[in-house]
Design a protein around this ligand. Structure first.
Ligand SMILES: Cc1ncc(COP(=O)(O)O)c(C=O)c1O
Length: 372
């Protein structure tokens, strides 16, 4: 297939995601490596990761940004174990990661007043059924089904409970209504193409108020503790991390933030992602054998784009292998728990022109494997 141009970068994995265009390990600053994260330089670097994040995301006054252990999972668990239990909880799930939060709320935290609102792969639960007198836990973008919530219009400004949102494959790629979100978590390894290991925890003033006025009845390991003597540990949100972070991951994150700034900020990263999705949408419209897994257009993810194909799961696997062996696309098989299909990451670090180049390869691979 020499006649088809290959994507310049065939990395379309949904996590860890592609590094930014032009990324070079040798460009990362190294002065902090081998130094204490508690040195003034260490704290300065860590704090700058928090302040730069708040600045680029345009967080409202009073919102705090902290770096916490264990990637997005760590940040979500920390929030749930620290905040839940004061009132009833509505938890929504429409794919595997959301289902994981349901399991933890019902089987690990064992909260008794829980309403689980689930939907099949491809769809969303009925957002209008959510009761905002309760705490609400949900995923902004279901990475394994490619279904996102369309916007935040369904979240009232005068809610009584807290909204706790796992937004790991949405932050820096989708327009998030910060005032409607009390806890937002994400990891560096997604839209920014950073490294795993650390999670970002964003708290609204209402979330802080809950932390300072409510103590959960269960024990909290040190790694989850956000308060001391009933007060928020402000240091966590100023670069004094709970335990030792990888400073190499931190400088890698700073490099990603600098790239975001250099291309024009979050509106530019969102635009890149939308442009990639538009290429795929055109391809889907022109090829009757490929479909979005998301059933409603307004819920189609612009980061984790999940497609189903009119062929057997075995053929899909063969296509994925073939594309890998041709150097056209790596890691585009659907998530292990999701319906068979392919998933093309379209976060900002992926060049829309590479998505464009991938699509004819997809048609070629389908023809090779399933055409006759
Ligand atoms: C929606 C969602 N939540 C949580 C996670 C887990 O993230 P991490 O492995 O960074 O903890 C992922 C990873 O793909 C995800 O997509």
């Amino acid at each position: 297939m020499q006649s088809l141009p290959l994507p310049e970068n065939p990395n379309f994995s949904s996590g860890p995601c592609s590094k930014r265009p032009g990324y070079a390990l040798s460009e990362l600053r190294t002065d902090i490596l081998g130094r204490s994260h508690r040195s003034s330089l260490g704290k300065e670097v860590l704090e700058s990761a928090c302040t730069k994040t708040a600045e680029l995301l345009g967080l409202p006054e009073g919102y705090r940004v902290g770096i916490v252990p264990a990637s997005d999972t760590g940040a979500v668990e920390m929030a749930m174990w620290s905040l839940l239990g004061q009132r009833g909880v509505d938890v929504m799930a429409w794919e595997s990661f959301g289902s994981g939060w349901v399991t933890d709320i019902t089987k690990q935290l064992k909260l008794d007043d829980v309403r689980v609102m689930e939907a099949d792969y491809g769809t969303l639960p009925v957002l209008a059924d959510v009761d905002f007198t309760r705490d609400v836990v949900f995923t902004w973008n279901g990475t394994t089904s490619g279904v996102k919530v369309p916007n935040g219009d369904w979240i009232p400004d005068d809610r009584e409970g807290l909204t706790i949102c796992d937004a790991t494959s949405a932050v820096f790629a989708m327009d998030l209504p910060w005032e409607k979100l009390d806890v937002v978590t994400y990891s560096w390894q997604k839209v920014l193409g950073g490294e795993g290991a650390h999670g970002m925890l964003i708290l609204s003033p209402r979330a802080v108020e809950r932390l300072e006025s409510y103590t959960p009845p269960w024990p909290l390991p040190k790694i989850f503790r956000l308060t001391k003597g009933g007060k928020l540990i402000e240091g966590v949100f100023k670069g004094a991390t709970i335990n030792t972070p990888s400073m190499l991951c931190v400088v890698d994150y700073l490099d990603a933030l600098q790239w975001v700034e250099s291309i024009g900020g979050v509106s530019a990263t969102i635009a890149r992602s939308n442009e990639s999705l538009a290429h795929i949408a055109e391809f889907v419209a022109n090829n009757e054998w490929v479909h979005f897994l998301a059933e409603e257009e307004e819920t189609i993810s612009n980061t984790s784009v999940c497609l189903t194909l009119d062929t057997s799961p075995e053929n899909v696997k063969k296509m994925v292998k073939l594309l890998e062996s041709e150097g056209a696309a790596y890691d585009i098989g659907a998530y292990r728990d999701a319906p068979p299909g392919i998933r093309i990451w379209c976060g900002a670090t992926v060049a829309p022109s590479d998505v464009q180049r991938l699509l004819p390869w997809l048609a070629w691979a389908f023809e090779q494997v399933a055409g006759n």
